[in-house]
Design a binder for this molecule. Structure first.
Ligand code: HAM
Length: 433
């Protein structure tokens, strides 16, 4: 027999892990509702052309690309934003703005597998379509802040920036879109010297290079003073000054909203994806040097896909990395056994009755784990105790004749005979102390 393993970079999620994944997903879904984002489901497979437009070299080179059996060039989605932009340009074209859309699911990137970096991973994704105003940018950061807190994460911080600051200098230097993108890609990887070399060889003035050099050194947690320093450095570059003002306005809104999470303004911050046009941010925890989430404004993507010119801003969070960070901070929420009971037929021939009672209890909203191993009662009770159940329902012939069952409390070591309808009330406190 072949010794089958998962494909490199792919993982199984066993019980426990899968449960935590879904827990974070559900918390993200709740946040989506709190902020008015409607959930949509888009395909895992999309056209290669759609997914690579403005994705940036890094993501483009790491896509799972293949021809389907019909000879179409397709790829597994490396993110959600392209699919959402496609929808906004087509099926949702005439829907009133603003549009707030939420997605969650697996995405695929052929990254080098290591801690927190997988080839299949999960994202929760929020896109706010149709507003160019700073309130919209602030909202994506604030909902991220709330999600991080709701998952139980204690220590996390934001890195914030604005691609317009660096771009303003590159545009004034007369560089093409492709040179601008290449320089920002290098800066995203912190390869600043390579970036300066590139712009120099592309014909940048020394003033341009000096400005970029001073810019990438500017970072600080004092929002006002850091932005003021940045504005001073780019004083001769009108578009960069406007970008810095926009960044300041967004961050002021965030601070005024009562957000107390640390914000580090970083003028040399760029993101790998090429479609960003404005505010960008990422969220980090101190013990991991990889981002738990990232996003920003992308005002040109929807028109690139044939839609009307539409401003948009969004964010995606890496669910796997959030789970990793929670493990690191030991703040995982305990698994809940609330309202779950075990149903055990006391004799083999009562199994159909046990099934019926289990269904009846489920109809009444009780989560039921049915004994299906044909075990003797003592063994089944031992198992229930080990798994942390507080109540076991015993199905016996005599009680059933009266429409009753025996409810056994494993903690207090006592039991009562109750009518089936009374069981849900009785086991309301089924969480073990
Ligand atoms: P991104 O920064 O490429 O942005 O990915 C978002 C998050 O996905 C990252 O912060 C990280 O937590 C997680 N992630 C990325 N690569 C991996 C990996 N190989 N393994 C595990 N987790 C990973 C986007 O995807 C944009 N679409 C966000 C956005 C939405 N911008 C505007 N709207």
């Amino acid at each position: 027999m072949a010794d089958y393993k998962t494909v490199r970079g792919m993982r199984d999620m066993l019980p426990g892990d899968a449960e935590r994944l879904r827990q974070v997903e559900n918390q993200a879904r709740t946040v989506a509702k709190q902020y008015g984002y409607a959930e949509i489901v888009t395909p895992v497979v999309e056209s290669h052309e759609l997914l690579s437009a403005k994705a940036g070299e890094e993501v483009k080179s790491r896509m799972f690309v293949f021809k389907d059996l019909g000879g179409r060039d397709v790829a597994l989605r490396p993110e959600f934003t392209a699919s959402v932009a496609r929808l906004v340009a087509t099926a949702l074209r005439n829907v009133a703005r603003p549009l707030r859309l939420f997605s969650v699911g697996s995405v695929y990137r052929y990254d080098e597998p290591q801690k927190g970096r997988y080839r299949e991973f999960w994202q929760t994704n929020y896109e706010l379509i149709g507003s160019a105003r700073p309130e919209a940018d602030a909202e994506t950061l604030l909902l991220t802040d709330r999600l991080m807190r709701d998952t139980g994460l204690k220590k996390f911080a934001f890195k914030v920036g604005h691609v317009g600051v660096l771009k303003g200098v590159l545009v004034a230097e007369g560089f093409s879109e492709s040179v601008q993108a290449a320089a920002l890609q290098l800066m995203d990887k912190k390869q600043y010297e390579e970036a300066f070399r590139l712009v120099k060889s592309a014909g940048s003035s020394s003033k341009g290079i000096d400005t970029l050099r001073s810019l990438v050194e500017q970072r600080g947690t004092e929002v006002q003073t850091t932005v003021a320093r940045i504005t001073e450095i780019v004083a001769d570059y009108e578009r960069s000054v406007q970008a810095a003002r926009n960044l300041e306005e967004i961050l002021n809104l965030v601070l005024k909203s009562g957000c107390t999470t640390e914000l580090t303004v970083d003028a040399g911050f760029a993101r790998g994806l090429e479609y960003y046009t404005g505010f960008i941010f990422e969220v980090y925890v101190p013990d991991l040097d990889i981002a738990l989430g990232g996003g920003g404004r992308y005002d040109k993507l929807i028109e690139l896909f044939g839609g009307d010119p539409t401003p948009a801003v969004g964010v995606a969070h890496g669910v796997d990395r959030i789970m990793l960070a929670l493990q690191g901070q030991k703040t995982e929420k305990p698994q809940e056994m609330e309202n779950t009971i075990m149903v055990v037929p006391i004799r083999e021939k009562l199994k159909s009755e046990a099934l019926r009672v289990a269904e009846q209890l489920r109809d009444q909203g009780v989560k039921v784990d049915l004994e299906i191993m044909g075990r003797k009662m003592a063994r089944a009770l031992e198992d229930a105790d080990k798994k942390g159940f507080k109540y076991v329902i015993l199905i016996g012939e005599n009680e059933l004749k009266e429409g009753s069952v025996v409810v056994k409390n494993l903690v207090k070591r006592e039991q009562k005979t109750l009518e089936i309808e009374q069981v849900p009330d009785q086991i309301k406190d089924s969480k073990k102390p």
